[in-house]
Design a protein around this ligand. Structure first.
Ligand code: HEM
Length: 511
């Protein structure tokens, strides 16, 4: 036993020594990460985990958009980071069949079960087809979407803004808004988390906890996080609690629906349509209630926090660019012939180019899904010449893509809605519409066959909420409040978005 004991002591000392060296060098230099003996570049990732997106952007800029990040020698987690649009196009579209989500993804995202995000091949096709038919192409979908959002604005958002406008966390407000909105739409139930007393709804809070733990799983060896889960430690403990909160909430909603009298059941919501669309599926052996739970949880994650996070970053950018806020307000006034923002139809929203350009800018600079990981089934050579095989974890950094001068020009760090305007063919050089950018250059909604199904829905929701706020308030950041991305699979703001809202009537009176 004694030699083994000495060996483990020496190994521990060596690791401590290497790690201290890493901390020292980390403080001394800026450049691509250092590859340490035994530990690889992992110390650098651990030291930068609090700013992982910025960190990746820094080394990608220094390495022509693609960089091989070496993991510890024993872990087998080398990661190829890329923000090269040709690589993105290749992986997400051109060679799509070679890049399924795969078993690693499923292991990390076990909480999502057999839902669309976790599925490949036949199961994925079934999800995509059935979600389209049961939800997005449902004859009442657009009416239900519009009515539910208008209701939430009137009964939830505006009263809360009026109550707390002196100082509030706008991110929290948006998260509550989108959580209620997706529940009304998919589960035919309003948890009213957005109401003036701001109640704590465990399922709503659970998303943030789960999304943070799921990011950490990308960087830790599987054995480490599985051990943490077993002993209920750190973020894994929070993930287990989140799992429980999701299950309780969704199963309760399903059982409530089952108990409803049949005539009422058919009159409202998309849940009935989802239940019948997904019932009798034969693509998995999973029991039908669990399968429905997985389907709904995936759609809640897809359509909830992504949209709320986009709104938070949009208002953060607006607060720093008040002239854009003014231009959007003017655009709405011109369109409606005054301050009648409530009269705008979803069709008319398309004509608000300043608003649209502003939202695209915030999605470019702060895509809610900042990164994604992929591994090929068969060995492959990427367009940049990098060889990859099934052991390679490829990290697609969507966040970094929006910050590359080569893609967006020298002013890529500026918030410019005009970037998205196209000049008309009428020869007078005036802006006339929205410029299209290929999804492999602007992958906020992903690209290729797995592109986001809810892009139009998300855009409508964001525009309606943004209009309701901009037409009533001017947004100011609370002085000294720090805004930065959190360590999560969805790019929330780590410390929220603390703002003060100044009523427009006050500005008109005194300004
Ligand atoms: C601003 C809002 C949104 C953004 C930025 C966004 C972004 C994305 C991204 C990046 C993906 C790919 C994720 C992956 O495969 O890892 C995705 C997929 C998806 N999104 Fe969205 N999304 C938004 C809103 C919505 C909404 C409102 C829905 C409606 C429920 C929705 C439904 C979906 C679905 C079902 C998928 C899976 C597609 C597939 O795997 O085939 N999204 N979205």
């Amino acid at each position: 036993m004694a030699p083994l004991h000495y060996f483990s002591d020496i190994l521990l000392l060596l690791i401590v020594f290497l790690f201290s060296g890493a901390v020292f060098l980390h403080r001394q230099r800026k450049g691509t990460p250092i590859n340490f003996p035994l530990l690889g570049m992992t110390p650098e990732i651990l030291l930068n985990i609090h700013r992982i997106h910025e960190f990746a952007t820094d080394f990608l800029k220094l390495s022509n958009d693609t960089f091989l990040f070496k993991g510890p020698w024993f872990s087998g987690i080398d990661m190829l980071f890329t923000s090269d649009p040709e690589n993105i196009h290749h992986i997400l579209s051109k060679n799509f069949s070679n890049y399924p989500k795969g078993p690693d993804f499923r292991t990390i995202f076990d909480i999502l079960g057999d839902g669309i995000f976790n599925s490949d091949h036949e199961l994925w096709e079934f999800h995509r087809k059935t979600t389209m038919a049961s939800v997005l192409k449902h004859p009442d979908f657009h009416t239900l979407l519009e009515t539910s959002i208008r209701n939430k604005i009137e009964k939830g958002l505006l009263p809360v803004l009026e109550c707390y406008h002196q100082e509030m966390d706008l991110q929290d407000v948006f998260q509550r808004f989108m959580f209620d909105a997706i529940c009304v739409l998919l589960l035919d139930y309003d948890p009213e988390s957005l109401s003036v007393h701001l109640p704590i709804v465990p399922c709503e809070k659970a998303f943030t906890d789960a999304e943070e733990a799921l990011l950490l799983r990308h960087y830790l060896p599987v054995k480490v996080w599985k051990l943490q889960r077993r002993f209920g430690l750190g973020k894994e403990k929070k993930l287990s609690e989140a799992w429980k909160a999701f299950d309780e909430f969704i199963y309760e909603c399903l059982s409530r629906k089952q108990k409803e009298p049949k005539d009422e059941e058919s009159s409202t919501g998309l849940l009935t349509s989802l239940i019948s669309g997904f019932s009798g599926q034969t693509v998995t052996s999973c029991d039908s209630t669990k399968f429905l739970r997985d389907t709904i949880l995936n759609l809640m994650i897809a359509g909830g926090d992504t949209t709320s996070t986009s709104l938070s970053w949009f208002f953060y950018l607006l607060a720093q660019n008040p002239s854009v806020e003014n231009k959007i307000r003017k655009e709405i006034e011109t369109k409606t012939g005054g301050g009648k923002w409530k009269s705008l139809t979803t069709k008319q929203l398309e004509g608000l180019v300043y608003l649209h350009g502003g939202i695209c800018e915030s999605l470019r600079l702060y895509p809610p899904v900042g990164l994604e990981h992929k591994s090929p089934l068969e060995p492959d050579i990427l367009p940049t010449g990098h060889a990859v095989d099934k052991e390679t974890r490829i990290i697609l950094s969507f966040y970094s893509m929006g910050r590359m001068k080569g893609l967006w020009g020298d002013d890529c760090m500026e918030f410019k809605p005009e970037r998205w305007f196209s000049k008309g063919g009428n020869g007078n050089g005036k802006w006339s519409g929205i410029k299209h950018e290929p999804s492999y250059k602007f992958p906020a909604f992903h690209a290729g066959p797995r592109a986001c199904l809810g892009k139009e829905m998300g855009m409508i929701q964001m525009k309606m909420v943004a209009i309701a706020i901009i037409c009533n308030y001017h947004v100011e950041l609370v002085k000294g409040h720090l805004v930065c991305p959190s360590d999560s699979i969805i790019m929330h703001m780590k410390y929220g978005l603390k703002v003060r809202l100044v009523p427009i009537t006050t500005i008109k009176q005194y300004g």
